[in-house]
Design a protein around this ligand. Structure first.
Ligand code: 5GP
Length: 126
């Protein structure tokens, strides 16, 4: 069920549980600001989720409330993950679902990083 990008943060969401170590993940990267792990249902040969460690639902929530250090840390983590996975040269796609229309399912801000094949059209045409 898609979530709204605003509201009260739900500490029982699956990514909050991963951050607390209550659910395992295949970790790709971690520092003080961000955690990156492989998606449980990959949609490309490489499909990694990068999440800030703070409790933020959406891009609006994060950009309004996060500190400069958290924002810089998160953005740097995305770049670091792409470099570590060897995706700079071939390229990759970043995608963030935010709110109901996007189909966001997990109400903790995350960026999908897809790589390992030619991605094709940016959006599925309807
Ligand atoms: P959204 O639709 O919210 O942008 O993306 C949520 C993503 O989280 C989906 O691609 C889904 O496969 C992934 N996901 C959901 N639950 C888990 C989990 O327990 N572990 C991992 N690694 N990924 C998950």
């Amino acid at each position: 069920m898609p979530v709204k990008g605003v509201g009260t943060y739900d500490p029982q969401n699956v990514f909050a549980k991963i951050l607390r170590g209550e659910i395992p993940c295949r970790k790709q990267f971690e520092d003080d600001w961000a955690l990156a792990f492989h998606d449980i249902a990959p949609q490309a040969p490489i499909h990694v989720l990068v999440i800030p460690k703070g409790a933020y639902i959406s891009w609006a929530d994060f950009s309004a409330k996060a500190s400069e250090a958290e924002i810089a840390g998160f953005v740097r983590a995305v770049g670091q993950v792409a470099r570590d996975l060897g995706l700079e040269a071939p390229g990759y796609r970043l995608l963030a679902n935010v709110g109901e229309d996007s189909g966001q399912e997990v109400p903790h801000l995350h960026v999908h990083l897809f790589g390992g094949r030619v991605m094709g059209p940016m959006l599925v045409q309807r």
